[in-house]
Write a protein that binds this ligand. Structure first.
Ligand SMILES: *Cc1c(COP(=O)(O)O)cnc(C)c1O
Length: 486
């Protein structure tokens, strides 16, 4: 038997390129987003900067759609990405070109969906307590209204009547979630998914829906298309997801009995699917016990858990799966790993006394990566110009605001110095959407990468932008200049 030559064995080499995922790679020690070198992006566009990979966003959408379509041959499958995760119009235009629907909340997101060409029939107009103006526009356009209360139902009927139109509506449910005793990744105190979900406001209480829904079914102004539910990203435990579906079918069975055999034409199971490296909740006690390299369930695993449970539960409770449309509303699962955040090191500080400590001070802020606080996220840092160098130091990566501003606590990094650029992975969902102007900081812009091309899709704010809405009443203005605030 021929022995493998030394050449045939895997040899580490300086030229070796390592793939981190389908669009991120390390080549000759440098981080690349598709075919763009991260360092060059930082030089060309400046830092701090949000970067999004068009290829990853498209791939994520296609993979979720295919995973659910393959596993739900019973009826149509529609993906309605939640626009709140990232409401950049260019990103929405990409998803629209893929044929995606949209979950919207409020006038702003409705505007974003409509102005980027989403077909109204594929839009869910969501939210507890929607304004009359929003309902009017949605009914006019023929979008589906996901009803949240009896009051809203009456308002929709009234508007539809006045306009001489039929409105498409579905009911947002409030299942009991009795089984979901697992801890939520959102809560550092370890509250259960069930307890948090039961206090979360949206949806029509089932005891109200039993009575109200009957009216909707016979109302001449309404087409009732189905039901919607959104548990959210409390847990990556697939047993939580199966329990969620069982609880949804529980409500459907209840409604079927109450309403003389009614079954929904569509079931929308909402979002909350994790992105692969999943930064969410990793700073909570339970999140810290997750190994840093542990991956979240794949789209196929989520699809299998949801569709197989839905199929068997519907059958067990005497409902018909055949013909029912299935919808999902992924947000973070589409956007998070399509994005990274680039920041430059401004200063490295260390002390020995009274406690040994090291800070890598950067030009970004937790205010631009707000889920460091809100969802206790831990970002994966990479020194983009030394991406293959082994870590030698532990430091808090901190931001420029006056707060603690810990962007990544106790990060393991190679030696870095002022001017070096760091990438924080998986920041494509919610971080731009939640960024604020604390300390009068102008918010970073967003660059879209496709192959070797990169271009602005959202320009960075200027200090002028930060103060654009301010007005100083003339009585407070000093002659010859601005108020000096004495
Ligand atoms: C936020 C939200 C989503 C998306 O949640 P992710 O955790 O980003 O997947 C989907 N549907 C509704 C109704 C939402 O409020």
């Amino acid at each position: 038997m021929p022995r493998p030559s030394a050449k045939g064995m895997a040899q580490p080499s300086v030229d070796q390129s390592t793939r981190l995922d389908s669009v991120l790679s390390i080549r000759k020690g440098r981080l690349y987003v598709e075919a763009c070198e991260a360092l060059e992006l930082a030089e060309q566009f400046g830092t701090p900067l949000y970067v999004i990979s068009e290829t990853q966003l498209r791939q994520n959408f296609r993979r979720y759609l295919a995973a659910f379509r393959q596993r739900w041959p019973e009826g149509p499958v529609r993906v309605l990405p939640s626009i709140k995760a990232n409401f950049s119009l260019a990103l929405r235009a990409i998803l629209t070109s893929e044929g995606a629907g949209c979950d919207t909340f409020g006038e702003g997101e409705w505007f974003a969906a409509m102005s980027s060409g989403v077909s109204p029939a594929l839009i869910s107009v969501n939210g507890s307590s929607k304004s009359r103006e929003l309902l009017e526009q949605a009914i006019e356009a023929g979008a589906r209204i996901t009803l949240d209360s009896e009051m809203e139902l009456e308002l929709v009927r009234e508007i539809a009547r006045a306009k001489g139109r039929r409105a498409s509506v579905r009911f947002r449910l409030r299942p009991r979630y009795s089984e979901l005793r697992q801890p939520s990744d959102f809560d550092p105190a370890g509250a259960t998914v069930r307890d948090l979900a039961r206090r979360y406001k949206p949806g029509i209480p089932t005891e109200v829906l039993r009575r109200v829904g009957r009216k909707a079914l016979v109302a001449p102004e309404l087409d009732v298309t189905g039901v919607m539910v959104h548990l959210g990203r409390h847990s990556t435990d697939l047993e939580v997801w199966r329990g969620m579906v069982r609880s949804v079918v529980d409500v459907l069975s209840d409604l079927k009995q109450a309403w003389g055999g009614w079954e929904p034409g569509e079931i929308d199971l909402g979002g909350g699917f994790a992105s692969p490296r999943d930064p969410t909740g990793r700073l909570t006690p339970q999140g810290q016990s997750r190994p840093l390299d542990a991956l979240a369930p794949t789209p196929e695993e989520y699809a299998e858990a949801l569709t197989s449970t839905l199929r068997s539960e519907l059958e067990r409770r005497g409902l018909i799966a055949e013909g029912k449309a299935l919808e999902i509303e992924p947000g973070r699962a589409l956007y998070a790993d399509a994005g990274l955040h680039l920041t430059s090191v401004r200063h490295v500080k260390s002390q020995q006394d009274p406690i040994p400590y090291r800070w890598v001070e950067t030009d970004t802020s937790e205010m631009f990566l707000l889920d460091s606080l809100v969802e206790h996220n831990r970002w994966t840092p990479i020194a983009v110009g030394r991406a293959a160098a082994p870590p030698t130091h532990t430091a808090d990566i901190v931001g420029i605001s006056c707060g603690f501003d810990v962007v990544v606590p106790q990060a393991r990094l190679p030696e870095v110095e002022p001017g070096d650029v760091l990438a924080l992975l998986d920041t494509g969902a919610y971080q731009d959407a939640c960024a604020n102007n604390f300390n009068a900081l102008p918010r970073p812009g967003t660059v879209l990468v496709r192959g070797a091309e990169a271009e602005w899709i959202k320009r960075p704010e200027t200090i002028e932008d930060v103060f654009r809405r301010d007005q100083i009443p003339s009585r407070l203005k000093r002659p010859g200049g601005l108020a000096e605030g004495r």
